[in-house]
Ligand binder design. Sequence first.
Ligand code: GZL
Length: 328
Amino acid sequence: MVKRSLRKILGAVLAAVFVLALSGCGKGGEEPGDGRLVLGFSQIGSESAWRIGNTKDIEEQAEAFGIGLMLENANQKQENQIAAIRRFIAYKVDVIAFSPVVEEGWDNVLLEAKEAGIPIILVDRDINTEHQGLTTCLIGADFYKEGVMAAEYLIRKADSMGLTQVNIVEIAGTANSTPMRQRQAGFMDTIKDDSRMRVLESIDGDFLKSRGAECMRYLLEKYGDSIQVVFSHNDEMTIGAIPEIEKAGFKPGNDMIIISIDGGQEAINVLKEGKINCVVECTPKLGKALMETAIKLKNGEAVEKLIHPAEQVFSDETDVSKIEPRGY
Ligand code: GZL
């Protein structure tokens, strides 16, 4: 008991020190030094080119909109995101935004933000809660549709190749995250009535390149040449998996159909080499919509509950040499 109360006291002292160290700004009874809107943003980490591109875009758009951005990198840990949101509350920012690493476990800190009267914007990923009104809106991709688009490509590919049996392995993203849950649901719902489709195994790659390689080594050892399709939830894991497929003596994109999601430059380059067959775009460029929404909230204006960016599919069905530079 003593340890816990000491931790609580230390937490409160640290928050107070943080506020004092930054005093004279934020909403503590006065506008930030230059009157700018102050946005606190808790970013998941730097696990992928997508995430790095998302951070870069948010920083650039904050600059363009003249918004004071406090961005904290949580290094994939939910507890770091919760601590960051508590610091933003203590600092009395105007708006808090975050990309939740997983869907559950946010109620307490979001109730604290609600009590503090600070609106919350969800960026990229969603939360799962029983409480109404903890957040104002979600700005991010339609991950279910991305899974559907990946499966629709596979069905077309199987048709064009005249396949009667399609053995699939899935390398999934971070467990319990919105993109992992919804990409998987969209893909599986779309193939479930196609008797040719058979999922040999689904394995958690945590959106990481290193885990993508580990997962692919395990799947190749277990299923070998019975694998006909690799469905990977993001480019990092796909790029980690490809050398393992080649080491095992197979030609990715030829002996195995490779389907990936994100659409970063590295994956598009590999698509152009013919080692990936399909890349479903998931744009990280959410910064402009985030800044516009934060300004509306600060001005007391209504905001759209859900903002999905438009997204496309890049695949060997078209002339991939014409794909413009991706910017992430
Ligand atoms: C998707 C985003 C995912 C990307 C991964 O919007 O949440 O997280 O697909 C990233 O690359 O790690």
